[in-house]
Design a protein around this ligand. Structure first.
Ligand code: SF4
Length: 339
């Protein structure tokens, strides 16, 4: 049985959204998406239960979609009732929901508690009111702070989602968003670089020249920095970068299929560059060599141009992003690990 945490995700379309955020095309998606009912939830859990590595002790049922607590109350309660039954039966270990910061108050908190919800994720997106307004979020930074305090005080796991590169944002506002998010002490964070999708307000802004998306390189630099900031505070970043998107929906922006790996590689490169150039054996945590080397050996090649000749080796007792640089003469050379 797998010990790794996993989610059974049930997508609840955005019937609860009071407005359409600049970057979101869920309104067009919702038109052709079936709203899940109790049977769909049971079906999703049964499918997961029949999979080989299913572990009910580490699997949560997750109502994702953006505005769970703003959907019609009777519909929300029906979904929570079936989720609670599955929880009582021991089929799942918890219930996660994601919602808008302005759709959480003490009454909602009581309902979520009553039905056994364990984790609440908020789409904060930015922690700058001007950026939130420019992107038509319809809530303020104060809403994110208030909702976060309520969620934590009630004992739920708090998740906060942030976006980088939004319209009217900057490197400074994105770094400051991470600082303000850290101050709220979330248990988990998700970082999504903004991608301009078809049929969004952002598409109009992009096409008129009003919005200029950041490059992939700049976004990797920024998000790598954010990952280090959250790591320093022991905050678990559970997602970095959007999942796959339909090619026909992509208009512009720093999307990459292995975005997180690009950020990890950048961090390893920064760590290596803290040492003077030369010939080294670099030890990294087991399983991290490919990230340290970089996609298509990008790190190796870039470092070579700066006078580094690196051989990577794995070491069991090391942490993620930790490196140990040894002058090569001090280490027994093993040609198998030379890259
Ligand atoms: S609140 Fe979330 S789901 Fe609703 S429009 Fe905004 S981004 Fe889309």
């Amino acid at each position: 049985m797998s010990k790794k945490h996993s989610n059974i995700s049930v997508f609840v379309p955005h019937i609860g959204c009071p407005n359409q955020c600049s970057f979101c095309n869920q309104f067009s998606i919702t038109a052709c998406t079936k709203t899940p009912d109790e049977n769909d939830v049971i079906k999703a859990v049964n499918v997961a239960k029949n999979s080989k590595n299913y572990n009910p002790q580490t699997t949560e049922l997750a109502f994702f979609g953006g505005s769970f607590t703003a959907i019609p109350r009777e519909y929300m309660l029906r979904l929570l009732t079936v989720a609670n039954t599955l929880l009582q039966r021991g089929d799942i270990s918890g219930i996660r929901i994601s919602t808008r910061p302005d759709a959480v108050d003490s009454e909602i908190i009581e309902i979520l508690k009553e039905y056994g919800v364990t984790a609440v994720e908020l789409g904060a997106q930015s922690m700058c009111d001007a950026v939130l307004k420019a992107n038509r979020r319809g809530h303020t930074v104060r809403d994110v702070e208030n909702a976060s305090h309520l969620i934590k005080a009630a004992g739920f796991s708090l998740g906060l989602q942030m976006m980088t590169g939004l319209y009217k944002s900057s490197y400074e506002t994105d770094i400051s968003a991470a600082e303000k998010i850290i101050a709220l002490k979330p248990d988990t964070v998700r970082i999504y670089p903004t991608i301009t999708l078809k049929d969004t307000h952002l598409e109009e802004l992009f096409k008129s020249g009003e919005y200029c998306p950041p490059t992939l390189d700049d976004t990797v630099d920024l998000v790598a920095k954010l990952l280090l900031m959250f790591k320093k505070e022991n905050i678990n970043v559970i997602r970095t970068g959007l999942h796959a998107i339909n090619e026909e929906d992509y208009i512009a922006g720093p999307w990459h299929p292995a975005f997180k790996e690009l950020c990890d590689s950048q961090i390893y490169k920064w760590e290596i560059l803290k040492h003077p150039s030369g010939k080294y054996t670099c030890f990294v945590k087991k399983g991290e060599i490919s990230k340290a080397v970089g996609q298509l050996k990008q790190n190796i090649n870039q470092l070579k141009k700066q006078g580094y000749d690196i051989t990577f080796k794995e070491c069991d007792e090391m942490a993620v992003y930790e490196i140990r640089m040894c002058k090569e003469s001090a280490v027994k050379f093993n040609s198998d690990t030379r890259l």
